[in-house]
Structures are given as structure tokens and as C-alpha cells.
Design a protein around this ligand. Sequence first.
Ligand code: F3S
Length: 83
Amino acid sequence: MTERQPLIQGAFVTFRVHVNPDKCQGHNRCYSVSPELFDLDELGMSNEVGEGLVPANLVGAARLAVANCPEHAISLIQAEGES
Ligand code: F3S
């Protein structure tokens, strides 16, 4: 499975999601949008699955999770790029 999304011809970009544990209040919208990218602890607080790598087919869901977190706890980070 690839974690890279074609950006322009010959170039790729890798995204990671990260949940800031100091901001998360357990609204769980991220998990509702994309359970593949987020996991909940026993108190309902979210954290990214694994290292937070976002498969190309889930970049849209990751952006939706960022936009729908009322605490602005989720960041979508362009991890690396190469041509
Ligand atoms: Fe936390 Fe925001 Fe998700 S508050 S549980 S990161 S929607």
C-alpha cells in the first residue's frame, strides 16, 4: 500500500495526521470521519493510528477530520516530498 499521493507529474507528497493531546476533548468527529486514521482511548480521546501516515485514498478524509474538529486538535502535515 502506498502512502504517497501524486502531486504533479514525477512528484509525490506524504501526509501525516497528528492529534494534539493537550487540545483533544473527545468529540470523536475524527473517528466518525475516518476510523482508519484515528483511534480512541478508554476515555474517548483520540490519537493517530500508528505513525499517522495517511494513505493517498484517505487524504480527503484526513482534511475532513481536520476541518471538523471543534478543538482544532488535528494537524495534517506534509511530511516529505521528492521529485
Ligand atoms: Fe479529539 Fe477533535 Fe477528535 S476533540 S476526539 S481530535 S474531533
